[in-house]
Design a protein around this ligand. Structure first.
Ligand code: IDP
Ligand code: MG
Length: 140
């Protein structure tokens, strides 16, 4: 297994409920290190570009509305197998299907307002990290 980096976003439903610390405690307890982090309020254009792979899906407009409804915390997690480990800690997209103890099972409100984003492959992680962070902002 290799040391990897992955993009994590704490979504507006979670920042709104003051859950950023509780969520990040789970990442850190699992051995992932937060090597970059910022709290931002995404513009609609920024959110649409980030989620453009889903542009054809019926939920796309609602998803963009949700992602710009409040601040988010974007961050880079680093560790062994970080992409898959983060996805495992997050749980399934739909919190009703997420394994117990996962972030989405514990905190998500719905399939849309599901508290966290995580890159789904090392290739997409590199693209997503570069979308939010310059190299000098990532401090391992
Ligand atoms: P993921 O976040 O688990 O990778 P994706 O399929 O990539 O899930 O979907 C991106 C985001 O779009 C989800 O995290 C969720 O916020 C939203 N989403 C996915 N499927 C649905 C749906 O069926 N209805 C409403 N929102 C959805
Ligand atoms: Mg996804």
């Amino acid at each position: 297994m290799a040391v990897e980096r992955t993009l994590s976003i704490i979504k507006p439903d979670a920042t709104n409920r003051n859950l950023t610390g509780a969520i990040n405690a789970k990442f850190e307890a699992a051995g992932l290190r937060i090597v970059a982090q910022k709290r931002i309020w995404m513009s609609r254009a920024h959110a649409k570009e980030f989620y453009k792979v889903h542009a054809h899906r019926p939920f796309f407009n609602d998803l963009v509305d949700f992602m710009v409804s409040g601040p988010v915390v974007v961050q880079v997690l680093e560790g062994e197998n970080a992409v898959a480990k983060n996805r495992e800690l997050m749980g399934a997209t739909d919190p009703k299907k997420a394994a117990s103890g996962t972030i989405r099972a514990m905190f998500a409100e719905s399939i849309e307002a599901n508290s966290v984003h995580g890159s789904d492959s090392p290739e997409n992680a590199a693209i997503e990290i570069a979308y939010f962070f310059a190299g000098y902002e990532i401090v391992g």
